[in-house]
Write a protein that binds this ligand. Sequence first.
Ligand code: SF4
Length: 230
Amino acid sequence: MLRVGGLTPLSTTDWPGMLAAVVFCQGCPWRCGYCHNPGLIPARGDSEIPWEDVLAFLRRRQGLLDGVVFSGGEPTSQVGLADAMREVRALGFRIGLHTGGMYAKRLAEVLPWVDWVGMDVKAPFADYMLTTGVEGSGERAREGLRQLIASGVDYEIRTTVHPDLLPDQDLVDLGRDLAARGVRRYAIQAFRSQGCGNEDLCQRATRERPLREVGGELSGLFEKFAVRAA
Ligand code: SF4
């Protein structure tokens, strides 16, 4: 059974170009300061939605939605993810997945059920701990990214940029590294303070150089590249 901490009935932004419901999976092993869903980090939530209720909701939306995005928290932290995806696919929905890529083995297990992945790459892999607060997180994300690219499943790699956590030159270096690893679709998005519980990060989010300008150094490296400024 999947532990679900929240459900958005309709989103046009969580899977670009698709009308999707979003299932927010409970639990994440990382502790990113800029997390917008800190209530989803603990393994158990205060107001979980029974999986059967999620399925009942989706049955009522058959024919009205293109797909369902499994988001979080970290969906791949849960052993029930593959079964949940199979059930949703059997209802006729396409499957999207948001992940940090830290459970590469489970990611590989579920990818055959997935049509599209939005994977966060948070920083140069050697510096991951600065953002996630967890030692070894960069190696785990690097392996997740490798699995995703090797799978051939459609994806977008995204990086949230806070000027303190990811200075401009580190962002440019990261973009170059990702291109060299075979990433073809990449988006950088400015840190947003909504939902972030870290006052320090919220107050120190002012950029000296517009993100679009920094992005200009990367745009030629990818087939598809987007800058989502605040
Ligand atoms: S990986 Fe995502 S859900 Fe987990 S703490 Fe970081 S931002 Fe929050």
